[in-house]
Design a protein around this ligand. Structure first.
Ligand code: PPS
Length: 303
């Protein structure tokens, strides 16, 4: 059953209608989204979604650790059994709520459904407010996000040509980049503990202490695991191991959608790669905008 649904997803990715939408930009309240993945209907579907109390929702701005978290949660709920992680593509294990490919998968999941979304809080506040669904929000150093996103733009044919790194960085900072402003995303989802059953974690914390992060996740999910199981999940979810798992590294996606000659989805998996990309001037401009945007929030990150 699972291998059927995963192969149909790969084929679905190449259906003509979606291929014809490769250059289309969908918009949601001024936010640009790839039309290859999103339609007006799929975006409405997401906002009207009936969450269940036992749903687990991974929320990220792109390139912040989504795939990593999909893998960790898959293994937590399989109690360390690597069968699903090695046989079902990540997008079928934890489908995107707002992407038109996955409507049926999202709806028909059973057990604790793992659901992924890149949408800002304001679009899901109402739907989530009606449930006790568990939300996991991952943040990553936005400088590393910008670098990762730049490289991803070069290989993902559903994203516009990024131009130079500086061109992409400008759009990232003014929020006209696909998926909108990183700042709005992070500010919208933070400090929502009163409204949503939400757990906050950063990419850097996961990098620094993956084992401890898995334990913290298990606590939040009320899903205790034996230390040996946590060990095996830890081992499975390192970058070195995950980059070779074709069910997580996106190599199953055809070249017309992701050009694997132009880059790897599992690119580097490092903290601080921005230092190899930013000029001193770009970094200063970034820091100034960061300070402006985040002023008045109490958000402090270690990165
Ligand atoms: S997406 O397109 O939004 O789903 O991308 P996302 O999965 O959020 O982010 C991709 C980046 O995460 C890195 N990655 C990892 N880093 C460390 N450990 C593990 N296990 C791991 N898995 C994925 C991936 O390499 C991308 O970052 P960069 O910096 O480009 O390497």
């Amino acid at each position: 059953e699972s291998s059927n649904s995963s192969s149909s997803i790969t084929t679905a990715a190449a259906d003509q209608e979606s291929m014809d939408r490769m250059e289309v930009v969908e918009t949601l309240c001024g936010i640009n989204l790839p039309g290859h993945l999103h339609t007006k209907e799929s975006l409405q579907f997401a906002q009207d979604f009936e969450f269940r109390d036992n749903d687990v929702v991974i929320v990220t701005y792109p390139k912040s650790g989504t795939t990593w978290m999909q893998e960790i949660l898959t293994l937590i709920y399989s109690k360390g059994d690597s069968m699903p992680a090695e046989n079902i593509p990540n997008w079928a294990r934890a489908p995107w709520l707002e992407q038109h490919y996955f409507k049926d998968l999202v709806r028909n999941g059973s057990g604790p459904r793992l659901i992924t979304t890149h949408l800002q809080y304001r679009f899901l506040a109402k739907a989530l407010g009606r449930s006790k669904a568990k939300v996991i929000y991952i943040t990553r150093n936005p400088k590393d996000v910008a670098v990762s996103f730049y490289h991803f733009h070069k290989m993902a044919n559903f994203l516009p040509d990024p131009g130079s790194f500086n061109d992409l960085l400008k759009k990232f900072l003014d929020g006209t980049v696909s998926f909108g402003s990183w700042f709005d995303h992070v500010k919208g989802w933070h400090n929502q503990k009163n409204a949503v059953n939400i757990f906050y974690i950063t990419y850097e914390e996961m990098k620094m202490d993956l084992r401890g992060s898995i334990e913290r996740l298990c606590n939040f999910l009320h899903f205790p695991l034996l230390p040996a199981v946590v060990d095996s999940i830890h081992k499975h979810c390192t970058f070195t191991n995950m980059k070779d798992n074709k069910m997580a590294n996106y190599t199953l996606i055809p070249n017309e959608i992701m050009d694997h000659q132009k880059g790897k989805f599992m690119r580097k998996g490092e903290v601080g790669d921005w230092k190899r990309h930013f000029t001193v001037e770009q970094s200063i401009i970034f820091d100034n905008i960061y300070e402006d945007e985040m002023r008045g929030t109490s958000l402090q990150f270690t990165w």
